[in-house]
Design a protein around this ligand. Structure first.
Ligand code: NI
Ligand code: MN
Length: 228
């Protein structure tokens, strides 16, 4: 019984929960300049979609169609994916939770935007609390710092996946403040160094986390896996 988390670069992750493969925000090699893995090489039973931006959804339809995975997303994104010919979707909305076979998923708020690549309305952006196997993982999605993260933290987070790259999302300083609200055991950074506007010194960020919080930072290399 375990949860493993693999970072594919930018905001794309694969989670393996006792053999169920969950891909977060599919954006793979060919589209994602930070990725090494091609979308054709990835297993997926479920896809967790935080919002509609291209750097999160570019490979969602291709991955869903090849694998037959169920796409979990907000209502508007689910309709958009169904209209592209993949009807295996599970629509949710902010604040709602649902018990899937692998565990419970709750959609959290995010302070961002969510337009789809073709200009379609993508609903509200979100994040996810994933509760499985006695562990809680928080995937913040693209977001600014907001004080209601303290409510999300009441779930008792083992591992938080936070954007830290600045410009489009929280930067290094705000993501350290976010840890005060979320109080996870561990934090994995993402959404940094993919392009020049989000280039940061991630080791300096990790040093700030160690000095200013009780949280353990875990910096993953591309395609590296951490097992909870
Ligand atoms: Ni975004
Ligand atoms: Mn993004």
């Amino acid at each position: 019984m375990s949860i493993s988390v693999t970072w594919h670069g930018h905001a794309t992750f694969s989670l393996n929960i006792n053999g169920t493969h969950i891909v977060v925000d599919p954006f793979f090699a060919g589209n994602n300049p930070a990725a090494k893995t091609a979308v054709d090489a990835v297993d997926a039973d479920f896809i967790l979609q935080t919002h509609g931006h291209g750097d999160h959804i570019a490979d969602t339809v291709a991955l869903a169609k090849r694998t037959g995975a169920t796409v979990i997303a907000n209502f508007e994104i689910c309709n958009w994916i169904a209209a592209k010919g993949h009807e295996k979707v599970h629509a949710m909305n902010t604040g709602g939770g649902y018990n899937f076979p692998f565990g419970r998923v709750k959609m959290t708020a995010a302070l961002h935007s969510s337009g789809l690549p073709d200009g379609s309305y993508g609903g509200d952006p979100g994040g996810y609390l994933l509760m499985a196997d006695g562990k809680t993982v928080y995937i913040a999605g693209d977001t600014a710092l907001f004080s209601d993260m303290s409510l999300i933290g009441r779930a008792g987070i083992d591992l938080a996946i936070l954007p830290v790259g600045d410009n489009f999302t929280m930067g290094p300083e705000d993501s350290v403040l976010a840890l005060d609200y979320l109080k996870p055991q561990m934090v994995v950074p993402c959404h940094y160094n993919t392009w020049p506007p989000i280039a940061i010194d991630v080791n300096a960020w990790a040093e700030s986390v160690k000095q200013e919080t009780a949280v353990t930072p875990i910096i993953l290399q591309v395609d590296e896996t951490y097992t909870l």
